[in-house]
Design a binder for this molecule. Structure first.
Ligand SMILES: [Zn+2]
Length: 494
């Protein structure tokens, strides 16, 4: 039987897994908190027990897979809630542009994307995310040139065994309709809606511990009509678990654009297009005012804070302290692989802290608040706060471990190795262990392949390492095609 374009999903494991002697366990569970000398026991893809080693029940003292957690900090896998993984192959372009100029430089590059290039690009993004401690991510694919489909990104997630929330985006308003994208890059609204419906039918799984849920996401108010926003919202609400996601209030230009086009601000805009419900989460929100933040809190609308992208594109500093104080759920997003140029969740959390403090208040955002945004905040944005983002009985077995002992980056961090994860993030390196849906995906720092990338894997023993030389070679090949003819001006080298 031929392998479908989107690949085939990996089954949940049936065995048991024990992580023992964990030097420091961060659970993000309010009742359990942080534990020294801890253990976690997993049955299949579900966490069955968490606690101090001394209390480990006798029948859990061993397991099919046993991991030694000594000298490690373990924490819930982080949840990334804003990304554009098709952008991994064209980083470091338009280096000195704000969003508008950056987009105009990149649209012609993205017009050359193929389905195979998007598959490779998405694999590279996911590998980087997994190694930084991320176990679940959304991905906003909003441009569909040539033979590109959402299936290409799903194939990558399944190849790695990554928990995935792809967003079927789209652009319908080109320059001739008042938008900013070239007319050649946009689709007909009927075609976008039809493919959204196809993606839901083919891939959306709303069961507990689902590895794949679809969201819908017209690209932004500058690239689609209000009609498409409304139609997408109504379509999503016919299908339980299908959520809505897009960009909002990213920079000053967005304020001016919204006012000029509609005569109102963001709060009125999302209400008008029926995106003012708890099944919506928005990226950026740098420019939300107090009453808009109150609306977000009241309606339980989520925010994906993307500090690297916001600083790289000089968009602004999101009012994260104010959002949290007003009761808005805030998760983190690495944003586009070429607007942040780096897809590292811990680095993103670190910058979130530093950026809030840049105004002069060292208490503006705490280290543990940022780690909470990266875990619980992200899970809540995806509507999965009862399944993901915590290490507690009944939650999915999405767990990551960082080796802190014998690691130069963590030298001298004994006073608080948990804070060290974030504070030394640029040099902390990658995870030693990553477990996704009960499967070991990173073993002692090595990313393991799954699915078609490891055809010999039959369960039981660990699968083979991912062939990184192959992946990077494929990436270089597609990059050469995409950036052919790029000028020094487009690179933005000063
Ligand atoms: Zn974005």
């Amino acid at each position: 039987m031929p392998i479908p374009r989107a690949g085939t999903p990996r089954a949940a494991p049936s065995g048991t897994l024990l992580i023992k002697d964990i030097s420091k366990l961060v659970t993000q569970n309010d009742k359990i908190g942080e534990i020294s000398d801890a253990a976690v026991y997993v049955r299949g893809n579900e966490i069955a027990w968490v606690g101090p080693m001394a209390d480990l029940p006798e029948d859990m003292a061993t397991a099919d897979t046993v991991i030694d957690g000594k000298g490690h900090v373990f924490m819930p896998g982080m949840v990334n809630t804003h990304a554009h993984m098709f952008q991994s192959l064209n980083r470091c372009l338009a280096q000195d542009q704000t969003l508008h100029g950056w987009l105009k430089t990149l649209y012609p590059v993205w017009a050359k994307l193929t389905g195979e290039a998007v598959y490779v690009s998405t694999l590279i993004s996911m590998v980087e995310l997994i190694l930084s401690g991320c176990t679940c991510s959304s991905d906003h694919l909003y441009i569909y040139p040539n033979d590109v489909t959402l299936d290409d990104t799903i194939r990558a997630a399944r190849a790695l065994g990554f928990r995935f929330h792809p967003v079927r985006g789209g652009m319908s308003a080109g320059v001739s309709r008042g938008g900013i994208a070239p007319d050649s890059a946009v689709e007909e609204e009927e075609a976008i809606l039809a493919d959204m419906e196809r993606c839901i039918g083919d891939f959306h799984d709303n069961t507990r511990f689902s590895m794949l849920r679809i969201s819908l996401g017209p690209a932004s108010q500058k690239t689609v009509t209000n009609d498409l926003m409304i139609s997408a919202a109504r379509l999503a609400r016919k299908h339980p678990g299908v959520r809505l996601h897009t960009h909002l209030a990213e920079n000053q230009e967005d304020i001016e654009y919204t006012h000029k086009l509609y005569g109102y601000r963001f709060g009125q805009y999302i209400t008008a297009v029926e995106w003012d419900q708890s099944d919506c989460w928005f990226a950026h929100c740098c420019m939300l005012n107090e009453s808009e933040r109150a609306l977000f809190a009241e309606k339980r609308i989520g925010v994906a804070h993307c500090p690297s992208s916001n600083t790289r594109l000089a968009s602004g500093i999101a009012p994260v302290r104010e959002m949290l104080d007003q009761g808005v759920n805030v998760g983190l997003g690495v944003d586009g692989a070429c607007s942040s140029d780096c897809q590292n969740m811990l680095a993103e959390a670190r910058l979130a802290v530093l950026l809030q403090r840049a105004g002069g208040n060292p208490k503006q955002l705490g280290v543990r608040e940022a780690l909470r945004m990266a875990t619980v905040g992200g899970a809540t944005n995806l509507g999965r706060q009862t399944e993901l983002g915590q290490i507690a009985p009944g939650f999915a077995a999405d767990i990551v471990g960082f080796k802190t002992a014998g690691n130069l980056a963590f030298a001298g961090c004994g006073a608080d190795p948990v804070a060290a994860l974030l504070l030394v993030a640029p040099s902390a390196g990658f995870v030693s262990w990553s477990i996704i849906d009960g499967h070991v995906v990173v073993r002692e720092g090595t990313l393991l392949a799954a699915g078609p990338l490891a055809p010999e894997f039959e369960g039981g023993a660990f699968p083979a390492p991912l062939d990184m030389d192959w992946l990077l070679g494929e990436g270089d090949k597609h990059t050469d095609t995409l950036i052919a003819g790029i000028t020094e001006t487009a690179v933005g080298r000063q």
